[in-house]
Design a protein around this ligand. Structure first.
Ligand code: GSY
Length: 169
């Protein structure tokens, strides 16, 4: 018997970034692959040119936040995002080093997830990084951080990070 059960959709908030090669082209390809392999991308932020965080003697990043609707779990989204990074030829020389494309899962619905060494949702450092919060607050200003109980807009306005983040269109 066929059960006509409606499948639930989850909302994933991701941050894309890269500082090697054709930065804008790589972000575009990543969004195409997210649409193909994970779910429907419903919102895309402006592009932001951002100074490298952590290891500062490297080229500036181009960052962009996206929102997508998916029937996958957070863990499945993470695994498919890693597949997309590899498909786009990710090079990760060291933890804070240069990269062609990085896809970070920042929030998933209002879920709080902790799978040690694999997945932490909300992203544990999001509230301290302007290169994450500015693009995210642009497309999800009223979304609540499920642990801090503060909206994306409020966090982005009150943070202390002085890293250079420039909206470029
Ligand atoms: O964590 C994502 C990769 N990454 C970035 C980034 O996306 N933007 C900036 N500005 N600095 C970064 N350092 C790393 S690692």
């Amino acid at each position: 018997m066929m059960l006509n059960k409606a499948l639930d959709y989850g909302t994933a908030y991701l941050l894309l970034g890269g500082n090697l090669g054709d930065r804008e082209g790589n972000l575009k390809k990543a969004i195409e692959l997210l649409n193909e392999k994970i779910g429907k991308v419903t919102l895309v932020s402006s592009l932001y040119e951002t100074a490298a965080w952590g290891k500062t003697d490297q080229p500036a990043f181009l960052n962009q936040a996206v929102v997508l609707q998916t029937q996958l779990s957070a863990l499945e989204v993470l695994n498919r995002a890693l597949d997309i990074e590899h498909e786009l030829g990710r090079i990760r020389k060291d933890k804070w080093g240069e990269r062609l494309i990085d896809i970070d899962l920042i929030l998933f619905n209002e879920e709080v997830i902790n799978i040690p060494n694999k997945l932490q949702i909300p992203h544990p450092h999001m509230q301290n990084r302007k290169f994450v919060m500015e693009p995210l607050a642009e497309i999800a200003p009223n979304v609540m951080h499920p642990v801090l109980g503060e909206t994306m807009l409020s966090i982005s306005r009150n943070m202390e990070d002085r890293l250079e983040v420039k909206k470029i269109g």
